[in-house]
Design a protein around this ligand. Sequence first.
Ligand SMILES: [Ca+2]
Length: 202
Amino acid sequence: MPRRARLALLLPLAALLGACANPHRRTTGELVVGYLADRGGDLVDLVALDVGAGGWLGARVHAGEIAHVGLGYEEADRYGWHFGEWLSGRAERHLYPPACFFEGGDAPVPPLHAGTRKVPPSQLQDPPLPHECWMLFPFLCDGDIKRPGGGLLGGLDVEAAVQLPGIGLRVGVSPGEALDFVAGFFGLDLAGDDTLSRPPSP
Ligand SMILES: [Ca+2]
């Protein structure tokens, strides 16, 4: 390739690298590593897989803030991965009809789900608080059931859990976080969790 033509090709590339090297005082290597880390972070945010060490007998499906449907009772310490958060023994409990009907006695009660409240991120270290919500459209009964840090995208989380005496399993997928993962390839950060979208640390 003639030297003049090579220069014509290299000059735009050099200009591009120069722009990449210092948009926020980050080097090109930091940008590449940060981009890959953000895509990986978005990917692991969209799945949940954890075990419940505890007892009782129950099965349930939670579909964001649309449905908390189940049967039976689970009381377990959860260990594993849950939508970008590592759980190491967080106590959770969930109670569903018909036990709730028994608690209500003769009074007619709606099909309630009693469980641990999802606390805001600032209170993650505090003990979980009890809450009750309807099994369908639970947000109408309890307005504070969002996953910590889940935001609007977390409202689409779907998870299923089975608890047997001694051990249980929970799996989940977050369509909202999946949307954020795909959008990341187009330079969008719907969840606001990309490190590259934040100013670099001094
Ligand atoms: Ca993101």
